[in-house]
Write a protein that binds this ligand. Structure first.
Ligand code: NAD
Length: 352
């Protein structure tokens, strides 16, 4: 019998090739002087956005860094005050959106996000700030971007390898959303459609990175993944990736690509209905194996030992991942996690 709670998150979404041109018109709904944020690598794009905004651009701050160091957030907030900005535009991936969220948290600045990766942060009220090597995270509706412009043209420059791993990150939001504690009919529909869109488009992007059709499909899947992540909690996969990334400094997107098939195999017996939906969206019989093959098809790494994890770190990872309780369909047990991590370390078939 159906039983669920669902809360819609308010956001205006514009999706089309060329949506960046809508920036001046869309910004007018949010404020009159925007600070445009980007990473140093994406400064030219931020300047293009500021050029489109003309006098409504207060300035460009192209210092966004991975995991939002508090020093960067403080420097950006000083820029907002100095330039009397009343809103911000985040042009880039999860790191840039993350910086905008830190500003929104402190200064209640409305955000217009222009995502250029598949991370999906633009659809969530989740923020993260790193201080003294520790990343604090939280949920606050204030940090949810008010408007999101999805322009697939801006993703054409995302390198094929990064597209593949960033896309699998988005797929992981959909997969865990299907067996989340808070799963509901609407987010499950979005999750299934997201898996279909991403698994179909990512291998095509790796073969033909300039295919606007495949780019558009992947960005659509990333939007769905972000919306699922924003609406329901995640489980084992995200917990493990957080532990591995935070404690052993493993690269975020690659870690997601490696762990996902193993987390799915771990939950196979406890969440059979969700796994059937994942398999059907992937168009395969065995979802864990299907996800491993997808990782191979996009050229993502499939063994933790290949991205810098050593066998000696395994026990510590098991300890950290079992230290505090969190929801997962299958009970979290040290022996099961040890087997999962050993398989992931060596790149073995999931669930063996
Ligand atoms: P990123 O934002 O760190 O970008 C990676 C690199 O790619 C950067 O150098 C960036 O400038 C470059 N880049 C981005 N788009 C490009 C493009 N189209 N063409 C060329 N280069 C481009 O990476 P990410 O994977 O988007 O974000 C990862 C971060 O986002 C992590 O810190 C993660 O924790 C966070 N995240 C947060 C949420 C949330 O809900 N809060 C959700 C997902 C991810």
């Amino acid at each position: 019998m159906l039983s669920f709670a669902y809360e819609a998150l308010p956001a205006r979404v514009i999706f089309r090739a060329g949506a960046l041109e809508d920036l001046p018109h869309e910004l007018a709904r949010l404020g009159s002087r925007a600070l445009v944020l980007a990473t140093p690598e994406q400064r030219p794009l931020a300047e293009q956005a500021a050029g489109l905004l003309g006098s409504r651009a207060a300035g460009v701050f192209a210092e966004a860094r991975a995991h939002v160091p508090i020093e960067t957030a403080r420097a950006a907030s000083a820029e907002v005050r100095r330039l009397s900005a009343d809103c911000c535009v985040a042009v880039g991936g999860g790191s840039t959106t993350g910086l905008a969220k830190a500003l929104a948290l402190e200064l209640e600045l409305p955000i217009l996000a222009v995502p250029t990766t598949y991370a999906g942060s633009e659809m969530t009220p989740i923020w993260g700030i790193t201080e003294d090597g520790l990343k604090r995270t939280g949920r606050n509706p204030r940090v949810l971007p008010r408007t999101v412009l999805y322009d697939p043209l801006l993703t054409l420059s995302l390198a094929p390898a990064l597209s593949g791993t960033s896309g699998i990150n988005a797929l992981a939001h959909c997969v865990e959303g299907l067996y989340s504690e808070a799963a509901n009919p609407l987010t499950s529909l979005m999750a299934e459609e997201g898996i279909r869109a991403l698994s179909g488009s990512l291998p095509r992007i790796v073969r033909a990175p300039q295919s606007l059709e495949a780019r558009s499909e992947a960005l659509y899947g990333a939007w769905l993944g972000g919306a699922v992540l924003g609406a329901v909690g995640m489980a084992l996969h995200h917990k493990l990736c957080h532990v591995l990334g935070g404690t052993f400094d493993l690269p975020h997107a690659e870690t997601h690509a490696i762990i996902l098939p193993h987390a799915v195999a771990y939950n196979a017996a406890a969440a059979p209905q969700a796994l059937r939906r994942i398999a059907s969206a992937l168009g395969v019989e065995d979802p864990a194996q299907g996800l491993l093959e997808l990782a191979r098809a996009v050229g993502a790494p499939t063994a933790l030992k290949d991205i810098g994890m050593s066998r000696s770190a395994l026990e510590r990872a098991v300890e950290l991942a079992t230290a505090s309780p969190y929801f997962n369909p299958a009970p979290i047990r040290a022996d099961g996690l040890r087997r999962l991590l050993e398989n992931a370390l060596e790149g073995r078939r999931p669930g063996t």
